[in-house]
Each structure stands twice: as structure tokens, then as C-alpha cells.
Write a protein that binds this ligand. Structure first.
Ligand code: 3SL
Length: 235
């Protein structure tokens, strides 16, 4: 049976051998939720980059630009990091490509590239990701983007939710990280949005008046997309 493990922070990735495994990169608030939403709304592909200057360089080739630091949209770009940027119609996104940089999510993607496949996970595509992993039958590591190297509740909850879905097909009992995430998920599952009100990033986003984003990002199975990061692009 393939194994299922969770890496609570990109800083811990040197302890995990990603070769031969599928990495599921997750940044529930909000990078991977926004990427899943973007593709579901008809964005052709996204290029995760490190700096806003990299976004600007790709803008010269016709890319839309999305950039966030510390929860705020940076000046001079088309989009921030809210999934509603891809939904509200202010920027026409269908058929466009997007260069995106965020505080933690794009970094976690870059650091996961040694894996056999890098999947973008969110509650919004939870079931689709679970089905994909069942088909692959390879060991899985969920890579939590966290916040500036620290553990965060929302990405860990996703790891627990995914482990619960895959418990019949994957070994979810040998990793303490997975066991902890499963326990946390059991505690939070009846009211994920309510549970996350106490989390540091929800408090941070609320102070920036991004209240509705969290409630959207915890919705399950809104989209049937399984974004893959390969060759520098997420499609
Ligand atoms: O850190 C990130 O990549 C972002 O998702 C953070 S925020 O939700 O946009 O503040």
C-alpha cells in the first residue's frame, strides 16, 4: 500500500525525499485555492514566480500578473491573491495566462519540484485530487505552505481531510504528522470555517478586510480540476 505523509512546513522539506512520490502542495489561504479557481474559470496556465519583477517581465509576453505579500495585493499588478479575483469579472481571465507570486504558496511549489508529480491541492478540488492520487498509486507527501516557515492550521486540516478520504487505499497510520492532521480534521470537520476563526492567518486576513475569502476557500469539491505543476507551468 502506498504511504501518505504530511510535511507541515517547507522548512521541513529537507527531511522528506520527494523522489518517487507525488507532492500535493497546499496553501488553503489562499494561493492554491486561487490557482484552482483560476484554472476552473478558464485561465490557460499559471507560472509561479519568486518576485513581482518576474511577473512584470512575463506581462511583456501577455501574461496577467498576480502578486501578494503579507496578504496584500502589490501595486501595479492585475490581481491579488483572492480567489474572487478570478470570479468577480473585474479582470477578464478566461483564455489568459497568469504569472503569480505569493508569500508562501509559490515558494512551496518551487521547493517541491523534485517530486515525480506536483499537484495543486485545495478544499475546492479535494475529491478530484483524491481520485487522482488513487489512480497514481504512488507514495504521497502533502506539502503545507504554512506561513513564513511556520505551521498553520488550515493547510494541516486539508492534509487531514485528504488522509481521511484516502485511508482505505493508502497507509495513513505510520506517520505521526498524518495522525495529528487526522485528529485535527476530526475536531474541525463539523464547522471548518468556525474552527478556523481562531487561526492566525484568518485573523490576519480579517484585519485586511478579506472576510469572505476564508468561507469560500473551505468549500469542498467546488471544482473538478487537478492542476499539475510541471516544466515551470501549472496547467
Ligand atoms: O502566502 C501565500 O502564498 C498566500 O496565500 C498568503 S495570502 O492568503 O494571500 O495572504
Amino acid at each position: 500500500m502506498p504511504s501518505f505523509d504530511i510535511c507541515f512546513s517547507p522548512e521541513l522539506l529537507p527531511l522528506y525525499n520527494l523522489r518517487g512520490r507525488v507532492a500535493v502542495v497546499v496553501d488553503i489561504l489562499r494561493a492554491t485555492s486561487s490557482i484552482v479557481t483560476a484554472l476552473a474559470q478558464g485561465v490557460t496556465h499559471l507560472v509561479p514566480v519568486s518576485e513581482v519583477a518576474d511577473c512584470q517581465a512575463l506581462a511583456l509576453q501577455g501574461y496577467l500578473t498576480a502578486a501578494e505579500r503579507d496578504g496584500r495585493q502589490l501595486e501595479g499588478v492585475d490581481l491579488g491573491n483572492s480567489p474572487f479575483g478570478y470570479l468577480d469579472g473585474v479582470v477578464a481571465v478566461r483564455g489568459r495566462s497568469v504569472a503569480i507570486t505569493t508569500t508562501n504558496g509559490t515558494r512551496a511549489l518551487h521547493l517541491s519540484q523534485a517530486a515525480d508529480a506536483v499537484v495543486v491541492g485545495a478544499f475546492l478540488n479535494l475529491g478530484a485530487v483524491a481520485n487522482f492520487l488513487r489512480e497514481q498509486q504512488k507514495d504521497v507527501v502533502v506539502v503545507c505552505a504554512g506561513w513564513k516557515g511556520n505551521f498553520c492550521l488550515e493547510d494541516t486540516l486539508f492534509g487531514g481531510a485528504l488522509a481521511q478520504q484516502l485511508a482505505a487505499d493508502f497507509n495513513t497510520t505510520d506517520s505521526d504528522a498524518t495522525l495529528a492532521a487526522l485528529d485535527l480534521w476530526q475536531a474541525a470537520a463539523p464547522d471548518v470555517a468556525g474552527y478556523l476563526l481562531k487561526s492566525s492567518h484568518v485573523r490576519r486576513l480579517n484585519s485586511l478586510e478579506s472576510h469572505k475569502d476564508m468561507e469560500f476557500c473551505v468549500r469542498q469539491n467546488e471544482y473538478d480540476v487537478v492542476p499539475l505543476y510541471q516544466g515551470g507551468q501549472i496547467t
